[in-house]
Design a protein around this ligand. Structure first.
Ligand SMILES: *Cc1c(COP(=O)(O)O)cnc(C)c1O
Length: 471
């Protein structure tokens, strides 16, 4: 029935694949990319045009229009991606923007490791086979006080591996208030099911006691699982046992306690005026069998899942077949080792971008915001505001900051249009909108991004997006 809208005669007016390929813009494209790739793109584009004409009608595009559209499609697709973005949102661990940026040293280590061979699984002293875990296990044990450690692809896979290795076919007891969804489809009940373990919920949404766990323990219980409710906060009439209390229950019944910490940071967040975020050290000290956390949240390293705990349990995880399926790659591994060494040296607040951003003071940020506002021009002013941690860490916690506030006044499209023009810059600039103004938070912009940011903002304000992505 859609055929009736655009008669076949009109579709026949569409240029042929050969005529489009002969256009100079596509001749140029064929010098840079394989001919068959360009031909494929032309075919796909003509198919899309045909579908649109059938459904919506309208004028048939000329050869020039088709050639230019194909060239734009090639430019939009055939470049390295994901691409660099300047984060001016003030959300430090922004999952959509790739979470934690790495330290300069970690980036350099990745460059060196990526471009050559490494001792990834070679023992250089003995000349025999080594373990990729050896590169970070000692560092993690030293930093957290744990007996053993294991790193895998990400924290979700670490938790899945832990449950599969220790509890498949058996019961795992979880508080009703902690059977949560972390985001991106990671739901504790689903992960438990995937691992082959059975979920036993105890307590209530707001109050669960150590005795609730204890009463639910049977011969089939393989573990008590504690989950840090990292992306929301319940307050008021609430109770949950301490990790120590849970460990005491576990010890009485010889049942291991597993702790999904989420962010699992190594520093005390209260020194920055934030609420307390559970540290990996505290969890280890409390005596859990295994604590699980991410490499790219408050640790400030690469994507990774880190497990620290008691040797007998960590060894069972390492031996499980899933461990091979979720193993960490060499680039993340070297970045993780460099990040951990920043903590060992006591230089994490200076060198790890996440902590540098957390530690930046309102006075410093105000100075930067004022400088930027001056350079951006009369539309820009400064305003007090709030930065957040993000990444499902420290929900509701904020850090006082100073924002550059750009008034879009009568410009067409207002703040939404300006934000879109900022995203079209190269590199793209991601800002936030508050009260019809575009806000730039200096807290999450790195020093070497300042010049590009200011150029991009001026370009966007002038209404002429830099060609960037089209080049
Ligand atoms: C973020 C988070 C996860 C998932 O970690 P990834 O590293 O993203 O896989 C699991 N559990 C909790 C409690 C989290 O906060």
């Amino acid at each position: 029935m859609e055929e009736t809208k655009a008669p076949p005669a009109q579709l026949r007016g569409l240029p042929s694949v050969d005529r489009v390929l002969a256009h100079p813009a596509l001749q140029l494209l064929q010098q840079h990319y394989q001919r068959e790739m360009v031909v494929g793109l032309v075919r796909r584009h003509l198919d899309d045009v045909r579908t649109a004409l059938r459904q919506e009608g309208g004028p048939v595009p000329t050869v020039v229009e088709v050639a230019q559209a194909v060239a734009r499609r090639a430019a939009a697709r055939w470049h390295p991606s994901p691409q660099k973005v300047i984060n001016a949102t003030g959300v430090i661990i922004h999952t959509n923007l790739g979470r934690a940026p790495l330290s300069d040293d970690a980036v350099e280590a990745i460059r060196q490791t990526a471009g050559g061979y490494t001792d990834l699984e070679l023992d250089l002293e003995e000349g025999g086979r080594g373990s990729r875990q050896a590169h970070v296990e000692d560092l993690l044990c030293q930093l957290t006080g744990a007996e053993a450690a294991l790193v895998v692809n990400n924290n979700a896979s670490a938790v899945l591996l832990g449950l599969a290795a220790l509890a498949a076919g058996k019961e795992v007891i979880v508080s009703r208030g902690e059977a949560v969804e972390i985001g991106g489809g990671f739901r504790i009940p689903d992960v438990l099911r995937q691992s082959g373990a059975r979920l036993v919920e105890v307590g209530t949404t707001n109050r669960t006691y150590a005795a609730d766990y204890e009463e639910a323990i049977t011969e089939d219980t393989a573990a008590l699982l504690r989950v840090h409710t990292s992306n929301f906060r319940i307050s008021g009439f609430t109770h949950s046992p301490t990790t120590e209390e849970l460990v005491a229950v576990g010890q009485r019944h010889r049942v291991p306690v597993l702790h999904d910490l989420g962010s699992g940071c190594l520093l005390d967040t209260t020194q920055f005026g934030l609420a307390y975020e559970p540290t990996s050290q505290d969890s280890v000290r409390a005596g859990v069998a295994a604590a699980f956390f991410s490499g790219d949240k408050l640790l400030g390293g690469p994507q990774a899942g880190i497990v620290v705990g008691q040797g007998e349990y960590i060894r069972r995880l390492a031996r499980h077949p899933l461990a091979r399926a979720v193993r960490i790659d060499k680039l993340s591994l070297v970045a993780l080792s460099v990040t951990l060494i920043h903590y060992i040296k006591g230089e994490s607040v200076q060198k790890v971008p996440v902590w540098r951003m957390v530690a930046a003071t309102a006075a410093e940020l105000r100075r930067t915001a004022r400088q930027w506002a001056k350079q951006i021009g009369p539309r820009a002013g400064v305003a007090a505001g709030l930065s957040t941690i993000g990444g499902g860490s420290l929900p509701g916690e904020t850090l006082p900051t100073w924002l550059v506030a750009i008034d879009t006044g009568e410009t067409p499209g207002g703040a939404v249009a300006l934000a879109a023009r900022l995203r079209a810059q190269a590199p793209a600039i991601v800002a936030r909108i508050e009260e019809e103004r575009v806000m730039l938070d200096p807290r999450t912009v790195q020093p070497d991004e300042e010049v590009a940011l200011l150029i991009g903002v001026r370009e966007a304000l002038a209404g002429s997006a830099a060609p960037g992505r089209q080049s």
